[in-house]
Design a protein around this ligand. Structure first.
Ligand code: PMP
Length: 283
């Protein structure tokens, strides 16, 4: 696997950074994960826009313009064996000494990328849905920033793994927020409900795409705060992310969701998503 570090491509095993990197010492950095189909990145413009917003939110200049990013990313993609990939990129505030929480006077960012094989959900997961557990959202108040400091998300995701399920759905103050590494939407009485983007959640590129597809296909849609009770009584629960596309959650905390099978709106949306993807990616 070929990686990218500060303007240079090399085998991943040959890339090294300083132990003083603020990404390592403080989790001081941001990242993106971009799905790639048939060597075409999906929604690259939107991912680069969110990257720029995350950098601005932590007061870091963007090391590259959008066009430069696109060139580096395509070069990375073209050097991999797999045609379907997940491109991971991260930018940290770089090495600094002495260790000090505050920003260093001079910043040399560390820009790192790699691509791995994209494994979309199995046909079994698409056909039968997945299970989830729920938890109180223990994260900070700036979840709109795609920060590499993911300890809370790590602990929350492990709750799902320990329970033998796919995801942990997060509630804060009685409201649905998102998943540990996904966004969550629900269906009630034929209406798709999506929680409104705020500083408490990461607005997924897939979440935005699903909302766009719902509008295009005249699926009834409301973007509004969703109570925990509404989620527990939902007819359908959907999970979205760049690697999982759209999946139906058919069990929450051991309770059956709706009919216990992926619902009719899910099946419609899954179809819209595949058509969109295949057209966009020239498959
Ligand atoms: N929320 C969180 C906390 C995430 O980590 C992710 C992505 N892994 C998402 C939502 C989904 O975002 P996207 O659709 O852009 O992958």
């Amino acid at each position: 696997l070929t990686g990218f570090l500060n303007g240079r491509f090399a085998p991943l095993a040959d890339l090294q950074i300083s132990v003083l990197d603020r990404g390592f010492l403080f989790g001081d950095g941001i990242y993106e994960a971009i799905p790639v189909y048939n060597r075409h990145p999906l929604r690259l413009t939107e991912h680069l826009r969110r990257l720029a917003a995350s950098l601005a939110a932590i007061n870091m200049p963007n090391p590259y313009g959008a066009e430069e990013w696109a060139v580096w990313i395509q070069q990375l993609i073209d050097q991999q064996r797999f045609v379907d990939q997940s491109v991971y990129l991260q930018i940290t505030r770089g090495p600094a000494f002495p260790r000090n929480h505050a920003f260093p006077a001079v910043t040399e960012p560390t820009v790192f990328m790699f691509a791995d094989e994209l494994l979309p959900p199995t046909s079994e997961a698409v056909a039968n849905g997945v299970a989830a557990v729920s938890s109180d959202d223990i994260r900070w108040q700036r979840c709109n920033i795609k920060a590499i400091s993911l300890l809370a998300n790590v602990l929350l995701k492990q709750q799902a793994v320990d329970a033998g399920v796919a995801e942990t759905i997060l509630f804060r103050d009685g409201l649905l927020i998102e998943g540990a590494s996904s966004n969550i939407l629900v269906v009630k009485e034929g209406v798709l409900l999506a929680p409104p983007p705020s500083h408490l959640m990461l607005t997924g590129i897939t979440y935005d795409l699903v909302i766009e597809l719902a509008r295009q296909h005249n699926m009834p849609l409301e973007i509004r705060p969703i109570s925990e009770a509404t989620v527990r009584l939902a007819d359908e629960i959907w999970l979205t992310s760049s690697s999982k596309e759209v999946l139906a959650v058919v069990s929450l905390d051991g309770q059956t969701v709706g009919s216990g099978q992926p619902g009719p709106l899910y099946q419609a949306m899954y179809g819209y998503f595949q058509v969109f993807k295949n057209e966009a990616m020239r498959l």
